[in-house]
Every structure is written in C-alpha cells, then in structure tokens.
Design a protein. Structure first.
Length: 130
C-alpha cells in the first residue's frame, strides 16, 4: 500500500483493487464502462490552454518580465498537478476498459450458452447394423 498516493488516481486504483468485476451487476459495469476519461482529458486540455494564454499575456505586458500571478515558483506545483490529473484520467480509462471487457465477455458467454441450449442433440438410434 505504500506505493500509492492518496490522490484521485491512487483512490481509484485502491478501490478498483477491491472491486470484483466478475461479480458486479450489469448496471454497475455499465456505469463503470461509461467513465468520462475523454471528457476529463478535454477539460484538462482547456485548462492548460487557458493557462498558456494567461502566461503569454503576462509576458507581453512588460516585455518579457513576468508581472502576473503565474511565477516561476509555481511551475513545479502546476506540473505536478497536471501529472496527477493525467494519472487519474488514465485510471478512469483503465477501469472503464476493464468494465467494458467484462460486459462484452458476459455477452459472448450468454450467446454461447444460448446457442448450446438450442442445438438439438443427435440421436444414436438408426445408425446400428444388423
């Protein structure tokens, strides 16, 4: 447990490790498979775009001198925050993929079981000789 951080990705990983996909209901799997990782990635992209525009504007105001809220001392914190967001998005995508796989696997098993029940058994009568 020491290798996990108590951030969003760490919590997702922690709970996923304790969740049994095989015994989950179809409703639970559908919920998990619809995780919004692409939406989260888009929101992060928009945030980063806004930050980039903000920094560019700060640099233009005073001929290369930083005068706004975004200073060199805040860069590491910003980058670590971005890394944590990307990690959480990756965990969401992984969990959604695993849930989707389980749903598809169940559908294949149901179809296979159904076709086995409908296949007529061949009779051995009438094939014997005199």
């Amino acid at each position: 447990m020491l290798d996990r951080r108590p951030d969003a990705a760490g919590l997702l990983s922690f709970f996923y490790g304790r969740f049994d996909m095989k015994s989950a209901s179809t409703e639970e799997l559908e919920f998990l498979s619809s995780a919004t990782a692409p939406d989260e990635a888009g929101a992060l992209r928009d945030t980063l775009d806004g930050i980039a525009n903000f920094v560019a504007e700060d640099l233009r105001k005073e001929r290369g001198k930083r005068v706004g809220c975004f200073q060199e001392s805040t860069v590491p914190s910003l980058l670590w925050s971005i890394a944590r967001h990307v990690d959480a998005i990756g965990q969401m995508a992984f969990i959604a993929s695993e849930a989707d796989y389980e749903l598809r696997d169940r559908a294949v098993r149901v179809a296979t079981d159904s076709s086995r029940r409908h296949t007529p058994k061949q009779s051995s009568q009438g094939t014997g000789g005199a």
